[in-house]
Design a protein around this ligand. Sequence first.
Ligand code: CTP
Length: 418
Amino acid sequence: MTTVPPHVVLGVGGGIAAYKVCDVLRRLTESGHDVTVVPTAAALRFVGSATWEALSGRPVASDVFSTVPDVPHVRLGREADLVLVAPATADLLARAAAGLADDLLTATLLTARCPVLFAPAMHTEMWEHPATVANVGLLRSRGAVVVDPATGRLTGADSGPGRLPDPEHLVQVATALLRRGVVGDSPDLVGRRVVVSAGGTREPLDPVRFLGNRSSGRMGYALAVSAVARGATVSVVAANVSLPDPAGADVVRVGSTDELREAVLAAAAGADAVVMAAAPADFRPASASPHKIKKSPDGVAPPAVALEPTPDVLAELARTRVGKGAPLLVGFAAETGDDDGDVLTHARAKLSRKGCDLLVVNDVSAGRVFGRDDTEAVLLGADGTSTPVAATTKIALADVVWDAVVARLSGGTLHERP
Ligand code: CTP
């Protein structure tokens, strides 16, 4: 049986970041997407038709009059599984928000009934201008996903928010959105603010050594990508993660459990949900030596390291939340069975000990899950529900976690995805 490749309309705006979109296009076509590029007239001044045609293998048009009998703006909008606009300039966002249809791309945006993803890139002043803020708000309220630009060096000497996210990470959000679009879901975290912790903390022993763990941060970053694709405002607290920042998320970097606690508690204020995918160390050296601990002279035993417990961030969030507006709390538990009980028995006890609403349980016997792209889990609810998730990618597990969060935030119950 042959499957039809997903069809993406890649709308390119007239900004210098158009050159990075060549890489977005290449990644989309190489991962099996059928892509039609629709540049604006201004975009063609940065990157010409020949480049888009060579990379997509399809002709490009930017106005509705080039192939009139084909009615391209209607056909493209109807056939698209996703419209990705990158870079979305301030002008393009304004025209899309106003519902103008003065070129092929804006006309296509009006006929498209599939998910629409805007990746803005512009100078910081333009991004922060009230007109752009209002246009972005309007597009989001209509169900479009607008990825916040990255912060960094812009054209010329200035830097600030306004950079197009890294092409690889933009494609991650696009494919996450495309997958959900294919199953008929719309962005369901629009207007929600969520916090995700990721990675593993390091507790210093001396200036060069630490106690740490093997968490890579991949699960937390997959949660961030999925939440961005579902329209959420996403804060990531990343503990020693060496992966590049996920597109569209605000990332705060931390080292120790104390730093993680401070950053998570600050971000959790006013958030709708906090997902603790990080692995904070449970113990830390009771005192960190200000000097490198030297090897003992021959025959003398090395110094014993006294440990003390670290603060339990998730339990503190649960203990201190008050009122209806308090965030929904999701924990992760990497468990192994032992003489005292199997994985799920330990996990149920942990769920009630921590006081969170959901616990995502990974069986890590024999080194499973850590550092890998795939995972399997059971989602336990404080209400007694239990949802097994068969071996799948971390991004697909992230979707299931957000499904459960959305169901609870909107007062529903946990449900399984098909
Ligand atoms: N967690 C936390 N603060 C800690 C330790 C863990 O917030 N100091 C969070 C983790 O981010 C995770 C959940 O608690 O979401 C469960 O972590 P886990 O290490 O399994 O829990 P522990 O209470 O440390 O239990 P165990 O003794 O099994 O390690």
